[in-house]
Design a protein around this ligand. Structure first.
Ligand code: UDP
Ligand code: MG
Length: 335
């Protein structure tokens, strides 16, 4: 509380966060993309300058082991609109997006890959679409330049399944080029590899989601960070998302329901067997039905217990929200 100390430290000491909020924040996750970065920066800056609105670029270096960070540091030294976050290690693309979303100051947030597969020139059209009344505009790589068998085919199936399971129908969940209204992404807790499902998770908030065809190029430099193993991870994540989405399907409802049904059927069978043994007086020791009845009662009890456990864990989940999914090493231009 020393007034003159504040007066003695004019603008240059003010943190970047005090600058007027930009219209647009562009979030770029980067993992070992040194050859692409100079091109990406040039193309992105050119497109954004043509747009003519104040912007910031949030480059998140996800623990790159090549020269990516050094390049970003040099670029950031001469461009205050380029904010750089450097992770301590590789935390994954989802964490990269999350770090960008946490720091974004713009009204709109654009996500884009660093590998030049997305075209920054698509950003104005996506923004125009969003401004016409949408909260999320997803890019759709209508003419995708990736191998068919191990990339496009699994992705085709995944998009169908995800659309069907979440009720949010998009052709291309996997396209990184997307525009979000800032408050939409700020209200989402990301972890694991859930970034692909942001439109579906966001739909839970009741937002308007649409899509727009965008350009797509083959990867020129470096190599893809993912293989075919991603397919199973995406499908498993889908089950989580499906579960999180329908907040009426609580663990006790699902598992408890199965437990009750199984337990009740088992009990009826046991009653019947008891009747056969005690009233009719016939031996039941060699009947497979006995095994089934006992099994069903046991399964019933286990599922009820599982439902209860799930219920408790859900509570813990909703209370303990502030666990970070990444650790920052350094930040440039206010991160
Ligand atoms: N990426 C990242 N962390 C990772 C993996 C990828 O930040 O652990 C970045 C990567 O540098 C690129 C984007 O995420 O900018 C998409 O990755 P990639 O191009 O390998 O995915 P694909 O286009 O093959 O689906
Ligand atoms: Mg790529």
């Amino acid at each position: 509380m020393i007034p003159y100390a504040v007066a003695a430290a004019p603008q240059d000491a003010a943190p970047a966060a005090a600058a007027p909020a930009p219209y647009l924040s562009v979030v770029v996750p980067i993992y070992n993309e040194e050859e692409s970065i100079p091109h990406l920066y040039a193309q992105l800056t050119a497109s954004l300058e043509r747009l003519g609105k104040p912007y910031e670029i949030l480059a998140v270096d996800d623990g790159s082991r090549d020269g990516s960070f050094a390049l970003l540091r040099d670029l950031a030294a001469s461009d205050p609109r380029l904010r750089v976050v450097r992770f301590r290690r590789n935390f994954g693309q989802t964490a990269g997006f999350a770090a960008g979303f946490d720091r974004a100051r713009g009204e709109w947030v654009v996500t884009i890959d660093a590998d030049l597969q997305n075209d920054p020139d698509d950003i104005p059209a996506l923004l125009a679409k969003a401004e016409s009344g949408f909260d999320v505009v997803s890019g759709w790589r209508a003419r995708r330049q990736d191998p068919f068998l191990n990339r496009r085919l699994p992705s085709l199936i995944a998009n169908r399944v995800i659309s069907w399971a979440t009720g949010v129908h998009l052709h291309d969940y996997g396209c990184s080029l997307k525009v979000y209204r800032a408050e939409v992404v700020k209200n989402i807790d990301l972890y694991g590899e859930l970034h692909r499902f942001i439109p579906a998770i966001a739909s839970w908030q009741g937002v308007a989601v649409t899509e727009l065809p965008v350009n797509h190029a083959a990867r020129k430099y470096g190599k893809s960070k993912y293989g075919i193993g991603r397919t199973t991870r995406v499908l498993l994540d889908l089950i989580t998302v499906r579960f999180l989405l329908s907040y009426s399907t609580r663990p006790m409802q699902v598992f408890g329901g199965i437990g009750l049904l199984s337990g009740a059927l088992g009990s009826v069978l046991l009653l019947y067997l008891g009747y056969v043994r005690l009233i009719i007086g016939r031996s039941i020791g060699d009947r497979p039905l006995l095994l089934l009845a006992v099994l069903m009662v046991l399964i019933g009890v286990q599922f009820l217990a599982l439902g209860l456990l799930g219920e408790l864990i859900t509570r813990v989940y909703y209370e303990g929200r502030n666990r970070p999914i990444y650790v920052v090493r350094e930040e440039l231009n206010g991160g």
